[in-house]
Design a protein around this ligand. Structure first.
Ligand code: ADP
Ligand code: MG
Length: 496
């Protein structure tokens, strides 16, 4: 099958997104590639599609067990022969998986970097043909980043030990030059094609609210998003506890996540959120790196974060499926003083080996400058998206039309023109119910069955038969086979 057939048959999409095709083409010509794209841009497809076109196996290196599990579930649901090898498997399961892999059962194998140099894994790779090594979250190889993983340094040694050098590709959402240069160097990429897509996320709506009561505002927001997944970020653990408690008392399904909880509880709460048992996650910035949940419809910042970088990353966890999502920051003057306090104290008391007072003061000054930039963000009456993109060095023209400040400026008439006929709520609800039922029966998160984007598309297109069902974004042959009749039945029954 060629790349378009794979895209269509397995993943159920009719076209590549910006940047994807360029990378796929380069890989299919045998070139190394480096993809730098924002969260939600669709980096996975960049290596998954060529992996299916090429002969041989693709090894995907990924830092977190939870990420691997969800990504492999998504692939398997789409009919792609894939598996993961990590510490969540028992010894027996691991040996069995390796055995299957050696027998050519899988096209794509996700592996934790710690496994690469073990003799068992080495023994396996000797027996097979490896077409590509794809390094996901490649910034983990850089010591400049916050997420440095020493085991990522084993990747090059692993590659060097292979009989034939495979294609090497790397993907990240971190765009700083230092990290980028590090990735090319540390992974030994061979004149890779580099694709850097813009950082704009058009489907995200931005707003800053400066209201008397943050709690009332938060309540209004979660009420508007009944039964939809959302994250509420707070600066401190104490605030997380307080806000989570309040939401629960008001009858919302909320859970919490911060570094002060036992690992066991963190994992449990995260799973409840991913599996839609609970729809609101209240968390500190410790939450997020390990999740790929594509249907997060809102991210509220109960407190202003310390800089635009953090804000953009956290807010960016909304709407990865490309459907609209809201990013709302609740701002108050207190946030400024809390952040100032945190900046001054984290640099002064421990946690930092720097002893030189002058350097320390310089770093504090830099953090304070960044803080100032996000305070400006909270206070500007100009387009919020433009502000952020310019901060990241992108040249954009004023006025996105999808942030609060832009909405304020456009006239009522224009506003009406932009409003797309709203979706049928009843059908959507019914579709979500079947999705939930199927996902529970199979023990996978709901978004593995279908993303929100697919459900919305069903509401828009109202497919009547298999053929029309295949036209839905995200429906490939395997999903048609597995889920088609269940969803078609609901659509036929509930159709407006
Ligand atoms: P990233 O790793 O860049 O954060 P993902 O690979 O997780 O992003 O993809 C985000 C979402 O976009 C997923 O739900 C994926 O199915 C969807 N997606 C990716 N490529 C396409 C495409 N060409 N058309 C439609 N949806 C896509
Ligand atoms: Mg990804």
């Amino acid at each position: 099958m060629d790349k378009y057939e794979i895209l269509n048959t397995y993943f159920g999409y009719d076209s590549f997104r910006h940047g994807q095709e360029q990378i796929v083409d380069a890989i299919l010509l045998g070139k190394d590639a480096l993809g730098i794209m924002p969260t939600g841009a669709g980096k996975s497809l960049c290596f998954q599609v060529p992996a299916m076109v090429m002969d041989g196996i693709t090894i995907v290196i990924s830092p977190l067990v939870s990420l691997m599990k969800d990504q492999v579930s998504t692939l398997v649901a789409a009919g792609v022969p894939a598996a993961f090898l990590n510490s969540s498997l028992t010894e027996r399961q691991y040996l069995k998986a390796l055995d299957f892999a050696a027998g050519g059962k899988y096209k794509i194998i996700y592996v934790a970097p710690e496994r690469l140099l073990t003799w068992r894994f080495q023994n396996f790779v000797e027996k097979v043909n490896i077409a590509m090594v794809a390094v996901d979250e490649a910034h983990c190889v850089s010591q400049w980043g916050q997420d440095f993983r020493p085991s990522y340094l084993d990747i090059t040694q692993f590659v060097n030990g292979l009989k034939v050098r495979p294609i090497i590709t790397a993907f990240t959402a971190t765009a700083t030059t230092r990290v980028k240069d590090d990735i090319v160097k540390m992974l030994n990429l061979n004149s890779p094609i580099q694709v850097v897509t813009g950082f704009d996320r058009k489907n995200l709506y931005y707003e800053v609210r400066k209201k008397q009561s943050k709690k009332i505002e938060l309540m209004n927001i979660v009420r508007e998003h009944k039964n939809e997944s959302g994250i509420v970020y707070c600066t401190t653990r104490k605030k997380v506890e307080e806000v989570c408690q309040m939401l629960k008392e008001e009858g919302f399904k909320a859970t919490r996540y911060h570094a002060g909880l036992e690992a066991e509880e963190r994992k449990e709460n995260q799973e409840k959120f991913i599996y839609d048992e609970i729809n609101i996650m209240v968390a500190t910035n410790a939450f997020g790196m390990g999740i790929d949940k594509s249907d997060v419809r809102f991210v509220v910042h109960f407190n202003m974060p310390k800089d635009i970088e953090s804000y953009y990353q956290e807010a960016g966890r909304a709407g990865r499926d490309g459907e609209s999502a809201q990013c709302i920051l609740l701002y108050s003057g207190n946030d400024v003083s809390t952040n100032k306090f945190l900046i001054e104290n984290s640099r002064q008391n421990g946690g930092n080996e720097l002893t030189d007072e002058k350097v320390k003061q310089q770093m504090i000054a830099q953090d304070l400058r960044r803080l100032e930039q996000i305070i400006f963000y909270c206070q500007t009456t100009e387009c919020l998206r433009t502000y952020v993109l310019r901060y990241f060095g992108e040249d954009v023209k004023e006025g996105c039309g999808n942030c609060f400040n832009c909405y304020e400026k456009i006239t009522e008439k224009e506003r009406k023109k932009r409003i797309i006929a709203s979706l049928d709520g009843k059908l959507l609800n019914e579709l979500k119910k079947v999705r939930m039922k199927l996902s529970m029966a199979q023990g996978v998160p709901a978004f593995v069955v279908f993303s929100d984007a697919s459900l919305y598309d069903m509401c828009r297109k109202l497919p009547k038969n298999d053929e029309e069902f295949l036209e839905i974004s995200g429906v490939g042959y395997k999903k048609l086979q597995q889920y088609g009749s269940a969803f078609l039945e609901v659509i036929n029954k509930t159709k407006p």
